[in-house]
Write a protein that binds this ligand. Structure first.
Ligand SMILES: NC(=O)c1ccc[n+]([C@@H]2O[C@H](COP(=O)([O-])OP(=O)(O)OC[C@H]3O[C@@H](n4cnc5c(N)ncnc54)[C@H](OP(=O)(O)O)[C@@H]3O)[C@@H](O)[C@H]2O)c1
Length: 388
């Protein structure tokens, strides 16, 4: 029987890949609702091509335009916070959560309803409010399945043994566009160069996070919340070919790895469907043709954001919430051309150290958002000349 699906962030990179999976498997899924940020035409097109019943945009001012774009289709629609929450509230078996940034936290958290599966791409939900989010998911009987290719690979690799026998869980990093660049050249690079990811085609914020390696740091924090592994049992390995996505090293020294060609449709389909895999008509991994897989350690001197994220994970409490908020403001400022590449890590570091002690982890999403707001204000004050 077809399962109903709601897609948050339907117009983005993950949203578009999800739509491809759905359109190739119409008998498996029917789309209840689609949610976007502000792009009216892209959302209306997605709603129509997927046969969604409801479409919601976060941008309140887009209501009339969205209504016009969907006139005569029979698809219900709305704009603004309440419309987004209405979309999330509609009956669906699966919610694919792929809004970018902390903007995804409130709707993704509201999607935690008993019996549902959350296919989670929005890692910032867990970085900002992981303790509260996962506690609420457990309490409400919601299965949270990672879409991130690294965590999806770990999710499978971890089924090969007991959690207590995990010595280390390792997520791989392609290394981003600046992997081989010297520090001086990276320092002068603009957002266009930082966005030229060698492997993945992604949204603008995660592109910059991949160039700074903050994305790997956010993923370590995400892994901590998903798998209950402490900082000491989590690591990063640079693997430019992006074929191995996650590895588990067991206490007897053996390793279990998750491999796939780098195509987000594979973990998306898996996160939506589970152990009973969907046959996917995609190219197969030909290891003999690839011939060689290579690995390096991450260089935290050229990529200080990774060290900052590791420190926040180790510190615990509200440190990841603060790190994530400061990073979002700094990345926005970098993309707008207000600051240079290394000012991202400098702003994050200064905001993190401006909080005296990080206390307990926020116990509720509201608490997390209050800390997030304060950290954003402090980060904005460090962006020279401009109000963001
Ligand atoms: N791309 C990847 O390969 C990849 C891999 C793993 C994990 N992820 C994670 O998945 C998430 C999405 O990444 P992405 O690359 O797909 O980003 P993206 O291409 O920038 O897409 C972001 C989506 O979120 C929507 N959106 C933005 N602000 C919103 C708001 N306030 N309310 C509702 N919707 C809003 C956008 O709508 P508009 O189009 O209207 O702006 C768009 O649909 C991120 O958390 C990222 O870390 C991505």
């Amino acid at each position: 029987m077809a399962r109903s699906l709601t897609i948050l962030g339907a117009t983005g990179s993950i949203g578009r890949s999800t739509a491809e999976v759905v359109l190739a498997h119409r008998d498996e899924f029917h789309v209840e609702a689609v949610v976007g940020g502000s792009n009216v035409q892209a959302l209306a097109d997605k709603a129509k091509s997927l046969g969604a019943r409801f479409a919601a945009l976060a941008d309140e001012g887009a209501n009339a335009e969205l209504k016009d774009a969907l006139a005569g289709t029979g698809i219900g629609c709305g704009a603004g916070r309440s419309a987004v929450l209405e979309a999330v509230d509609r009956p669906s078996d699966i919610v694919l959560a792929a809004i970018s940034g902390t903007a995804g936290l409130e709707p993704t958290h509201a999607a935690l309803k008993p019996g549902r599966r959350i296919a989670l791409a929005n890692k910032e939900s867990l970085v900002c409010a992981g303790t509260a989010f996962m506690a609420d998911a457990r309490r409400r009987g919601v299965e949270v399945v990672p879409v991130d290719s690294e965590h999806n690979a770990l999710d499978h690799a971890l089924t090969a043994g007991h959690n207590r026998n995990v010595e280390k869980a390792v997520i791989t990093a392609s290394g981003g566009p600046f992997r081989t660049w010297p520090r001086e050249r990276i320092a002068a690079a603009g957002a266009r160069e930082a966005s030229a990811h060698p492997i993945w085609s992604m949204g603008s914020k995660i592109n910059i996070d991949s160039a700074t390696l903050m994305n790997k740091g956010l993923e370590l924090i995400e892994a901590h919340h998903l798998f209950g592994l402490e900082a000491e049992r989590l690591d990063v390995l640079v693997h430019p070919e992006a074929i191995i996505h996650g590895l588990v090293q067991w206490t007897d020294g053996a390793l279990t790895a998750g491999l796939a060609l780098p195509d987000m449709k594979v973990p998306i389909a898996n996160a939506m469907r589970g152990a009973e895999r969907i046959p996917m008509n995609l190219p197969r991994l030909d290891l003999a043709a690839i011939g060689r897989l290579t690995f390096e350690r991450a260089d935290e001197l050229r990529f200080p954001c990774l060290a900052l994220a590791r420190a926040a994970l180790k510190a615990g409490g509200a440190a990841p919430t603060i790190l994530n908020a400061a990073n979002e403001i700094a990345v926005e400022a970098y993309m707008a051309g207000h600051i240079g590449f290394y000012a991202i890590s400098e702003i994050v570091e200064e905001v993190c150290s401006s909080f005296s002690g990080t206390g307990n982890a926020p116990a509720t999403v509201a608490e997390a958002l209050a800390v997030d707001g304060e950290a954003r204000d402090r980060a904005r004050r460090l962006v020279p000349g401009k109000r963001l």
